[in-house]
Design a protein around this ligand. Structure first.
Ligand code: FAD
Length: 303
């Protein structure tokens, strides 16, 4: 049953029609609990509040699958405004981007050039830019774009999904690149990805421990307290310095735990999505966790 529900919401997240309609409708179904508004000035205030609690942030200008180069160029312009705001306000904040928002689905070289314009400005402001990992059909292309960018820029990294069998090899190849480790949010075939949650969790822990013993910075992105607790123990036992890793969670999820980890002295970063293009992101969050669907239903009934 859970698998059916998950597949339904993943299916909805890919609907071009619903994604474009939702941009016009604005937030509903409780999406505002997980998406920090639509304006840069608004999200800047959210970042300031979290920074005041010792939490750093990464901003995601919501959107994926640009329909043409004009739309991708508009997304780039918005991202450059976000970089200016981070610098002007001196926020403890970096950026997360999805390459299909910047034209990867249209023209790979165009996407590389667009990313270079972003990284040029980000480098000037000393801001790190992380490339989110999308569906497996974009995986190779994303790594190719990363390689091309890394020839010129050091302020860029990406995400490794523990549901992929090949994650160990890719992580080894990217051993000098800043990486975020996640479980993986998309529906993938069994020829490329583990389907069983226990396998995915075990793989996550193996990947994270391997990285923590290395020298390059790693973001451990999960809401799973069992994984977090095991890695906290590992970090203590191996005397791993807190400048080598951080925990990350999504905005609106387990807020108490986010603040507690920061209070305990662990480096913590909240991933904050914002913008009008919220539908696909929100549907993937519903696919992950049936309790989020309950929240949505309550919101639909009582608002
Ligand atoms: P789950 O498997 O969802 O949950 C494990 C257990 O944790 C649950 O059984 C429950 O006991 C507990 N738990 C989880 N959530 C809650 C909650 N809200 N309240 C109480 N208990 C809870 N995916 C990608 O494919 N590409 C990306 O680029 C990407 N970036 C991400 C960035 C960040 C910062 C994060 C946190 C996730 C990102 N993801 C990304 C999504 C990720 O792949 C997972 O789909 C998502 O994080 C759900 O998995 P989980 O690790 O949180 O644990």
């Amino acid at each position: 049953m859970t698998t059916i529900i998950r597949n339904v919401f993943i299916g909805l997240s890919n609907s071009k029609f619903l994604n474009s309609q939702a941009k016009k409708w604005g937030f509903f179904l409780g999406a505002d609990k997980f998406v920090a508004g639509t304006t840069i000035s608004g999200v800047v205030e959210t970042v300031k509040e979290l920074n005041a609690k010792g939490i750093s942030c990464t901003l995601d200008n919501l959107g994926e699958f640009a329909v043409d180069k004009q739309e991708a160029t508009e997304a780039k312009a918005h991202i450059l405004e976000i970089l200016n705001a981070i610098d002007n306000e001196q926020l403890d904040c970096h950026l997360s981007v999805k390459l299909t928002q910047l034209g990867l689905n249209l023209d790979q070289q165009f996407c590389i050039d667009t990313m270079k314009d972003i990284l040029e400005v980000a480098e000037r402001y000393d801001i790190f830019v992380n490339i989110d990992m999308e569906h497996y059909s974009y995986y190779e292309m994303t790594l190719d774009v990363l390689d091309a960018l890394r020839e010129q820029y050091n302020n860029v990294g990406t995400v490794i999904q523990s549901y992929l069998y090949r994650a160990v090899d890719d992580l080894a190849r990217l051993n000098n690149v800043r990486i975020r480790i996640v479980k993986g949010a998309y529906k993938e075939d069994s020829d490329v990805a583990y389907q069983d949650n226990q396998d995915i969790d075990r793989h996550f822990i193996t990947l994270a421990k391997h990285r923590l013993l290395g020298d390059t910075f790693t973001s451990i992105a999960t809401h799973d307290h069992r994984i977090i607790n095991e890695l906290k123990t590992f970090v203590d036992e191996h005397g791993i310095s807190t400048d080598r890793f951080e925990f990350q969670m999504l905005y609106g999820f387990r807020n108490d735990m986010q603040e507690k980890l920061a209070r305990e002295g662990y480096p913590f970063c909240t991933y904050i999505p914002f913008g009008r293009d919220w539908f696909g992101y929100f549907m993937r969050r519903l696919a992950e966790r049936p309790q989020n669907i309950n929240l949505m239903l309550k919101d639909a009934l009582y608002t």
